[in-house]
Design a protein around this ligand. Structure first.
Ligand code: 7TS
Length: 410
């Protein structure tokens, strides 16, 4: 099967050195992009160039290198602002990733402003990072957690969502895209309905950002969280977008250097956003690497790549339709990235191990989304997850690998 788009995927794949290697004596087929994406040379070079030429601490302005590091670090914030179409760079807060961004909202907004009797809504298909911070918030504040049910095909039950909303709802936090099932959630409708009920909305964008540029202003979300490493950038860096009026009134997340305006034993005052939430020396090289990822993405033909990714999903579905003994987990109409399945009679881990022996990297298990696995009464799935640099040939290889695994296991 050849690639039928006009894209020069070979050229794009050449930007990613890691893809050109053998694993277990076979050409690597990397289909674990929902766990982490690979990094283009532009990102690797930006990080190493930062350490080779201007490594210094930021915002301490005493010397030239520190000024240069500060400039690139703050320019990186502007790049991310552009990718999310945020109103101002100050609304981009650096975090370690999605998990920390969601914990920041839970700590600095929800714990500070919610009280007993209030309600938080999440969905049944969330990653644990978008469940546990809210459970802790509920324990601390006495608020209650409500869960949007998930239909058998992996779509959210939007009628049930409408019924859950009330004047008690203070916060709704849902994934833009499910990491376990690939479902693209109707976040615009979720946000609008939550706002009608007077609630604030936080979107976990971890699995959406690699597939298209986000527009937080047209979504009108109150918070948007994502991880750099799933956006072709380094690990250990991510960001939280927030609406300014909310960020301004929120309490600091961690305390220490950088987040203060003035410290004295008679009273300490806090810095402005975003620094109020950025205690301690930040991940400067990571932020610069993430900006390089964003800049790299912006010069790619994103629309054509999005179509290509849709073609990968369609092709995987077609191959599955002809494959005996496969059960797809998550068959929502709108999907991207994750293609989850089970092979009848085989444990997902065994399938994963046999694929690995053929150089094919997938993830197996519950994907940190145990509630949705429980709902489907399964311990986990095999998950192939696609990025724009994957090819139709690699999907052929996945299914050839599955045939082999089936022969060995059954
Ligand atoms: N939210 C979603 C939807 C995710 O997919 C993940 C990571 C997170 C939050 C947490 O992101 P982190 O960067 O802070 O760890 N998901 C996965 C995955 O599906 N496989 O490995 C990590």
């Amino acid at each position: 099967m050849t690639n039928n788009t006009e894209l020069d995927l070979n050229q794009i794949r050449n930007d990613f050195p890691i893809l050109h290697q053998e694993v277990k004596g076979k050409p690597l087929v990397y289909l674990d992009n929902a766990a982490t994406t690979q990094k283009p040379k532009a990102v690797i070079n930006a990080v190493s160039s930062y350490y080779e030429t201007i490594n210094s601490n930021v915002h301490r302005g005493a010397h030239t290198l520190s000024d240069l590091a500060t400039r690139d670090f703050e320019n990186a914030r502007v790049s991310v602002q552009g990718y999310l179409n945020a109103e101002t760079p100050e609304q981009i807060i650096w975090t370690r990733g999605t998990t920390e961004a969601l914990n920041l909202v839970a700590h600095s907004y929800a714990r500070a402003f919610l009280k007993a009797g209030d309600e938080i809504i999440v969905s049944g298909l969330e990653h644990h990072s978008n469940i546990v911070p809210w459970q802790i918030t509920c324990e601390v504040t006495g608020a209650q957690l409500k869960v949007i049910p998930v239909l058998d095909n992996g779509e959210l039950d939007m009628d049930a969502y409408g019924n859950l909303l009330s004047d008690k709802t203070k916060l709704v936090s849902v994934a833009h895209v499910s990491n376990a099932l690939g479902t693209i959630n109707p976040v615009k409708a979720i946000i609008d309905q939550a706002h009608d009920a007077g609630a604030v909305v936080c979107i976990d964008g971890a699995q959406a950002v690699p597939h298209w540029a986000i527009d937080v202003q047209s979504l009108d979300c109150d918070f948007y969280a994502f991880s750099g490493h799933k956006l072709f950038g380094p690990t250990g860096i991510g960001a939280l977008y927030g609406k300014q009026e909310l960020l301004d009134k929120m309490i600091p997340y961690q305390a220490g250097g950088e987040m203060i305006e003035k410290v004295s034993f008679s009273g300490t005052t806090y810095n402005q956003i975003p620094y109020k939430f950025e205690a301690g020396t930040p991940n400067i090289g990571g932020a610069i690497g993430l900006a390089a990822a964003v800049d790299y993405l912006m010069q790619l033909p994103r629309e054509a790549l999005e179509l290509h990714e849709q073609a990968l999903m369609t092709y995987a579905n077609q191959k599955a339709a002809d494959f005996e003994g496969i059960r797809l987990v998550g068959t929502a109409k709108e999907k991207t990235g994750a293609f989850s399945f089970l092979i009848d009679g085989a444990h997902p881990h065994d399938v994963g191990t046999l694929l690995d022996q053929q150089g094919i990297a997938v993830r197996t298990g519950h994907h940190c989304a145990m509630p949705i696995m429980d709902q489907f009464c399964i311990p986990g799935t095999v998950r192939a997850s696609f990025a724009f640099y994957n090819t139709l040939e690699e999907i052929d290889q996945l299914f050839a690998g599955l045939e082999k695994a089936k022969m060995l296991l059954l």
